[in-house]
Design a protein around this ligand. Sequence first.
Ligand code: SAM
Ligand code: SF4
Length: 433
Amino acid sequence: MNVYDAERMEELLGADGMTRAESQDDADLVVLNTCHIREKAAEKVYSEIGRIRKKGEKSGRKAMVAVAGCVAQAEGEEIARRAPSVDVIVGPQAYHRLPAMTRTAAAGTRAVDTDLPTLAKFKALGTARRARPSSFLTIQEGCDKFCTYCVVPYTRGAEVSRPADILLEEARKLADGGAREIVLLGQNVNAYRDEHGVGFGDLIGRVAAIHGIERIRYTTSHPADMTDELIAAHGEIQALMPYLHLPVQSGSDRVLKAMNRSHTAESYSDTIAALRRVRPDIAISGDFIVGFPGETEAEFEETLKIVDATRYAQAYSFKYSPRPGTPAATMDTQIAELVKAERLERLQSALNAQQIRFNQNSVGLCVNVLIERPGKREGQVVGKSPWLQSVHFDAEGAAIGDIVAVEIESAGPNSLAGRRRMSDDRTGRGQVA
Ligand code: SAM
Ligand code: SF4
């Protein structure tokens, strides 16, 4: 979502007469779009501000610095205190006001805005967008789930769904501009329901009907909002790609309850089984937290068990990071860093082995690839398989935005390589032959 937000900020500032600088050294304005989800991400902001300031002092060319995103929202006052050189502090729901704020700052007053007017922001942004072959579309923001470890409900605000008619207009414009794939975004994307009662499955169906849209993905979903209608959509909607990011966080029901997750290990596994019944080749990805306060060795091993049973294609895993203002941060059963690090290593080694196996199973298949960008070598391009694997191959006449058939010849941990099979070029999902 930060990538989407950054693109929209660039569009806004572009409309206000600015152009993207070749490098940070040439910039009059540097916008740091920040993440507050873990302490490490938040601390990066302060070191980056210090680096920019030092660079300015050395070159005598002082760029205006704006801190945007969730660190700005959560730590606005602290930023002003710790980094007085910052000119603009703008939260994730107020960045439509960024052009006006830069003018205030240019006149010599620091501009700060951490309001949460989500729908007003989208109204101000409009629906005209620069399309990419795979384009992001934020449909929902904020979260009402309040998992006990998570800052999102505080930094992004309450759950808000954008009206379906506006989203379809934005999606149509993206398709007209050359988008072949739309990635529907939200902190809790599958809780989407607009004010007229349009639900998530219905919205996916309507986006799929837009001429030019061949592929749809969505992220991030909550297991408790995987309705029967949505699961059925994975079997019915051709454009819906066979890949789902469905975070489980832990395999222990006691830990899940302490996290205020409203699913259990069993309900999660049942959802995965139901998805595999309607779409046998669906690739599953997930998020995990190790070392949540009070997590015992036996509870951690339940997480390893659910990994074993689920067979992930990809995953993100993190050491629990106490976040100020969240209930888990003050629990008195915090786990030692060393224990968290050791558990993370064991979990990641299991997840990496599954990812490598998943990729190796693609060797020999002929798959449809949406070409997204040039590769490193002359003539080479990089695109995505239906299962979100990066695929490198020689374009042999194909262009960015094309969907072509590629025979997979080799697999690494993070990507695949192959050769185009001209006779099989076609659009659509999945494996060609
Ligand atoms: N809404 C999504 C869900 O319900 O799973 C997650 C969105 S969150 C931005 C992305 C991931 O960050 C979470 O799934 C979780 O694994 C991780 N995360 C959130 N807070 C964390 C914390 N305090 N420490 C470590 N990881 C955290
Ligand atoms: Fe955070 Fe996701 Fe839980 Fe919401 S559902 S509080 S975004 S982890």
